[in-house]
Design a protein. Structure first.
Length: 291
C-alpha cells in the first residue's frame, strides 16, 4: 500500500539537490508518512459546443489524452497513490478507460464516475464546471466515503487535471507537508492566482475551503476581455477565508507537466519549459518570490 512507507532523515543531501528550498532542507525533520492518498482525476471528454478559450476540443483527441495519463497513474497506483477516482462531467463513455484499468490489473483500485455537469452557460468557463464536478465527486464517491471512515484526516485527496501527467508527482506526494487541510500553489506574478491543475485536501479542508465555491468562479465578459481566469477568482475566494495554519499556499516542488494545454493546444513541455525551469530555480533559491 502506498500509505505504508516511511522516510526518516536528519540531514538529507539528496533533498538539498532535489529543488526543495534550502531553508526547508538544511535540517530535515523526521518524517513518517502515514497518509492514505487518493488521486482524483478530473475529465471532460466531450466539451459543450462554443466553449471559450478551448482549442483542444475534439472528443477523440481528449479521450486519447485521458487514456495516456491514466496509464501513467495506474503504473504508480499502490506506490504513490492508494486508489484512483476518475470523474467525468460530460456523461461520456468510459469503457475504454475501464479496459485500461483492467489490463493493468487495477480494476478494484479505481472508481469511475460519469455524469452530466455541463448544464451552465459556456461563458462561465471550465473552472466553474470543474469545481462543480469536484463537489459532485466529493459527495458521491464511494472511495472518498469509505476511505474517510477508515482514515479520517489522514486521508489526503490529490486533484489532478486528468489529461496531464505530473512527471514528478512521486516527489510531490512523498514529501508532502506533515499536516495540511488544503495544499495548493499560490502565485503573485504576473497575476494573483491559485493553480488548479494540482491541489490536495482533507475532507474537512475541502468542506471549509472549496465546497460550493463554483458559483463564484463564473467568468463575465469583462473577465474574458481582461484575461482573468478561474484561477484568479479562486485566489480571491480563498483569500477571503479566515487564516488557518493548515492552508499551505506553496507546493514544495514545481510540478513538471506533460500534456497539451486546452486553451492553445500546445505542449507544456515545449512552450512552457522555460517557465518551469525559472520557477523551479526561484522556488529553490528565492522561495518568498511566488511566480
Amino acid at each position: 500500500m502506498a500509505a505504508n512507507y516511511s522516510c526518516i532523515a536528519v540531514l538529507n543531501c539528496d533533498k538539498l539537490r532535489s529543488g526543495l528550498p534550502f531553508w526547508r532542507t538544511l535540517f530535515d525533520e523526521i518524517l513518517i508518512l502515514t497518509s492514505f492518498n487518493l488521486l482524483l482525476l478530473t475529465a471532460t471528454i466531450t466539451p459543450a459546443g462554443g466553449a471559450p478559450n478551448l482549442a483542444r476540443f475534439d472528443p477523440k483527441v481528449r479521450l486519447a489524452d485521458y487514456q495516456t495519463a491514466l496509464r501513467f497513474y495506474l503504473s504508480i497506483c499502490g506506490e504513490v497513490f492508494d486508489k484512483i477516482i476518475f470523474v467525468e462531467n460530460s456523461n461520456s463513455d468510459l469503457s475504454s478507460l475501464a479496459a485500461i484499468a483492467a489490463e493493468a490489473g487495477r480494476s478494484d483500485d479505481i472508481e469511475f464516475i460519469s455524469f452530466y455537469g455541463l448544464d451552465y452557460p459556456t461563458s462561465y468557463d471550465r473552472g466553474y464546471g470543474e469545481c462543480k464536478l469536484l463537489d459532485y465527486a466529493m459527495e458521491t464517491s464511494v472511495f472518498v466515503r469509505d476511505s474517510f471512515k477508515s482514515h479520517g484526516e489522514d486521508l489526503k485527496i490529490w486533484k489532478v487535471t486528468g489529461r496531464y501527467i505530473i512527471r514528478n508527482v512521486r516527489q510531490i506526494v512523498r514529501q508532502q507537508p506533515k499536516n495540511f487541510e488544503l495544499y495548493c500553489n499560490y502565485r503573485n506574478h504576473p497575476m494573483r492566482v491559485t493553480d488548479m491543475f494540482l491541489m490536495a485536501w482533507t475532507v474537512p479542508g475541502y468542506q471549509f475551503y472549496l465546497k460550493d465555491v463554483y458559483p463564484k468562479l463564473k467568468l463575465t465578459d469583462e473577465d474574458h476581455n481582461n484575461g482573468v481566469g478561474p484561477e484568479c477568482l479562486l485566489r480571491v475566494e480563498l483569500d477571503k477565508k479566515p487564516k488557518k495554519p493548515l492552508l499551505i499556499k506553496r507546493v514544495l516542488f514545481t510540478p513538471e507537466i506533460v500534456g497539451k494545454r486546452a486553451g492553445d493546444d500546445t505542449e507544456y513541455s515545449v512552450k512552457n519549459r522555460w517557465k518551469y525551469n525559472i520557477r523551479r530555480l526561484i522556488l529553490r533559491f528565492f522561495p518568498w518570490v511566488w511566480i
